[in-house]
Design a protein around this ligand. Sequence first.
Ligand code: PGA
Length: 219
Amino acid sequence: MIFVANWKMQLGVAESVSLVRKMTVTLRQAQGDNDKHEIVICPSFVALEGVGRVIKASTMRLGAQDCAWAEKGALTGEASPRELAEIGCRYVIIGHSERRQNFGETDAVVAKKVRVAIAAGLTPIVCVEKSSQVVAVARLGRIIIAYEPIGAIGTGRAASTSQSAKVLAEIKKKFKGPVLYGGSVTGTNMRGFLNVGFVGALVGGASLDPEEFIRIVTA
Ligand code: PGA
């Protein structure tokens, strides 16, 4: 199972480091040393190095929340996937609905980012709101898909498991790799999504609370 914590732009650097320290302790207590799940922590760009230092000795992995669509170039303000890999990222979230809505990212831009991320050795976690968006990225290489219905993100109203299962079936016709569910995931509703075939979750709000996040991981 794969559980991705997306901290968005909710924390400062010191807060991120302190939260990941708490998570390491809580996780160890909950799982012991032989944890079987892939846990990916995605802090803001600025907090990546600090968080990376803390999780280096643990089984948690580092992920970025976005990356540039090129390895290098005149792209002021962007973060290259190559640099992200260099500072220890293994994963990168691409095409989150907040990027699509607020920064105009299209399926074509998402596909471009996925290509360079894979070339840099990162595993893209590509967010889609509908199954048709999978087509643009399904054959670009080893990726993870996160199904994130817009109305469920940050609202406290997760999608129903039956509706999500339908979209999952559609996605699976186009894509053979792992598919996560995302959108108001909690320790209480996680099991339902795993039961219908999702192999983990992309977690926003609940990942800011170590106890709740561990409840999700151990669901
Ligand atoms: P949420 O966010 O868990 O707070 O709904 C999910 C996401 O944005 O990926």
